[in-house]
Structure formats: structure tokens, C-alpha cells
Unconditional design. Structure first.
Length: 331
């Protein structure tokens, strides 16, 4: 086999490197792409796989300006080394464009990798920051699906609750002992199940926290997991007054809160404090200021977040003004 290597993938993977990869595929007549790494590597491989066979620039599919959808992609395989994004089994890929500081996703069943090698031993050399950001991303994928207004989703509710409890337990275990095979196996499996669409069954997911976090990552190059550890609690603080039901259930079934008379608001607030405490214990930020993000960018990020849409999220539909208020709570 002829093998051509392309290194240099960054967190919040860049379209510039993807375009370079597309050029290599066309020049060398590449017919298969192997992604060895985490979500940024896999998402770059997926974008290259689409762009190599497309007639338009790859970014057109991300910003919605393509004249028609892509209909084919090169096959992609994965050797996973960072459990986090779930991209090894997902239909999605996220890419960042430094021109305009945009971070945007695409989705298609064509993007599902043909295989994924998932060996927990490949995770042993991850840094504490990579571990923490990874498990935060896994939890966030499950939480985005959990907060839904769809009734009668007991089974998937409980699958998500169990998945999050698994990560809450095993995340600190691998941080303490990075060579803990069994805990890594639990986390790897949770990461894939969190984002392979199984947990979407019968549900309308939210995704506001992810979409808002993409603006922070796009403008300030904040690692995805760190942006989520800041913005998910802030989103909870903002939306629970409008729609407390699922947040109270989450507090009881995931964090073991005890619901009594007139305690719904208190239980939710205590749960958010516990969640932020868990993030802190993992070494993650819980405020934008910890990542050097000031309030001067709130208006621009909120404006960009609302481009080409009437509202953001589904659990509580958010406007530009709502997003600014969430940024303020995260400051």
C-alpha cells in the first residue's frame, strides 16, 4: 500500500489543513483515509473525505452556501486515541475557519467511519487537560439529548442517566490513574454511545450549549470541552426558570438529589453547583474569564450564533438576547 501522511491537526480543526489534505488526495489518488487521533483528527479526515470528491470548496458545505448537498465521500477508518467527540461512530464533523472565526458542523450518514479501533491502552499517555476536556464533551453529548420536551422517553432517559453517571465516576478514576484500563474502557464506550444517535431515539435534542460554545471556540480558540464546562452550567442557570422539569429530574436521577415539597428550584441550583464542582475537580474552567474571554465579544458571538436561524435550541428556544444573558452568567 502507498501511504501518505498528513500531520498538524489542531484542536478546533482548521479548514486550511483540510484543504491541504484534499489536495493530497487528488494529487496522490488516495482512496481511503485513516484517522489516528481524537475528534479533531477524525473530523478533519471526514471533511477531507467529502472535499476530495466534491466540486465545491469544502467550507461551502459548512457555512450553508453550497449549491447542492454532497452525495459521496471517501471511506474513513479510525484508530481512536482521545475519547471525547464520539466522531468515531457519528454522522457529524465540525470544522473551524480562521477567516471570520467561525466554527460550524455538517452531518450525513456518509460521514460514519467504516470501522473504529478502540483500545483503552491508546489513552494512557493523554494529559490531564485532554482527559478532562474529553469526558466533559462526552457528558455534554448526552446532556444535549437529555433535555427534551418529548414525553414518554423513559428508556432513553435512563440510558442517558446511566451513561452520565458512568462518566462522572470513571472520569476522576483515569485522571488519578491514566493507565486504568477498565475505566478507560467504560469512558470509550460511553463516548461512542453518546454520539452515535442511539440516544436520540424518540427525542428532539437541544444543542444550544454546543452551538453557543462553538462561537467561543471559533473566536477565542477555547478547547471544545473547556467551552462546554463553562457554558452548559450557565445555560442551565438561565433556562431552568422557564422550563425546570427535566432539570429537576436530572438532579434527582443523576446527582441523587431528594425532591421535597417546594424544593424544585433549590434542587436544581444545588445540582448546578455540584456539576460545576465536578468540573473544577477535573481541572476544567467554569467561567469565561478563566479562558481569557471578556464581555466585549458577547454581542458579536451572539449575532454569529443566530445567523440563518430564527431561534437556538429546543428545550427552551433562545434568541440573541437570551444568548447574551447566558454569556453574562458564564462570565
Amino acid at each position: 500500500m502507498e501511504i501518505v501522511e498528513l500531520g498538524g491537526v489542531q484542536p478546533n480543526p482548521r479548514v486550511k489543513l483540510v484543504r491541504q489534505g484534499i489536495g493530497l488526495c487528488r494529487e496522490k489518488n488516495i482512496d481511503f483515509i485513516l484517522a489516528i487521533g481524537g475528534g479533531s483528527v477524525i473530523d478533519s479526515a471526514k471533511a477531507i473525505a467529502v472535499g476530495a470528491l466534491a466540486s465545491e470548496d469544502i467550507w461551502n458545505y459548512y457555512d450553508g452556501t453550497a449549491e447542492s448537498p454532497f452525495t459521496e465521500a471517501l471511506p474513513v477508518g479510525v484508530v481512536l486515541t482521545i475519547p471525547a467527540a464520539g466522531s468515531e461512530t457519528s454522522t457529524s464533523a465540525v470544522l473551524t475557519n480562521d477567516e471570520g472565526h467561525y466554527k460550524r458542523p455538517i452531518g450525513s450518514s456518509l460521514l460514519i467511519p467504516r470501522f473504529a479501533v478502540m483500545n483503552p491502552e491508546f489513552c494512557y499517555t493523554l494529559s490531564p487537560r485532554q482527559i478532562a476536556c474529553g469526558v466533559c464533551d462526552i457528558m455534554a453529548h448526552m446532556m444535549e439529548r437529555y433535555f427534551t420536551n418529548e414525553p414518554h422517553v423513559q428508556l432513553t432517559d435512563q440510558l442517558i442517566e446511566g451513561g452520565i453517571r458512568t462518566v462522572l465516576h470513571n472520569g476522576p478514576e483515569v485522571l488519578k490513574n491514566p493507565c486504568n484500563y477498565d475505566s478507560w474502557a467504560e469512558i470509550m464506550w460511553a463516548g461512542s454511545l453518546a454520539h452515535n444517535n442511539l440516544l436520540d431515539t424518540g427525542r428532539e435534542s437541544d444543542w444550544a450549549s454546543h452551538d453557543i460554545s462553538h462561537e467561543v471556540s471559533g473566536m477565542y480558540d477555547v478547547t471544545h470541552g473547556a467551552a462546554l464546562s463553562i457554558l452548559f452550567p450557565a445555560w442551565m442557570k438561565y433556562v431552568y426558570k422557564k422550563n425546570p422539569g427535566k432539570l429537576a429530574q436530572f438532579a434527582v436521577n443523576v446527582f441523587g438529589a431528594h425532591m421535597g415539597l417546594d424544593r424544585e428550584e433549590t434542587v436544581i441550583q444545588e445540582m448546578i453547583e455540584q456539576l460545576e464542582g465536578w468540573y473544577r475537580a477535573m481541572g476544567l474552567p467554569v467561567r469565561l474569564s478563566q479562558e481569557g474571554v471578556g464581555s466585549d465579544g458577547f454581542e458579536e458571538m451572539a449575532q454569529k450564533a443566530m445567523e440563518n436561524r430564527r431561534y437556538m435550541g429546543n428545550y427552551v428556544k433562545l434568541s440573541k438576547e437570551d444568548i447574551i444573558e447566558i454569556f453574562k452568567l458564564a462570565q
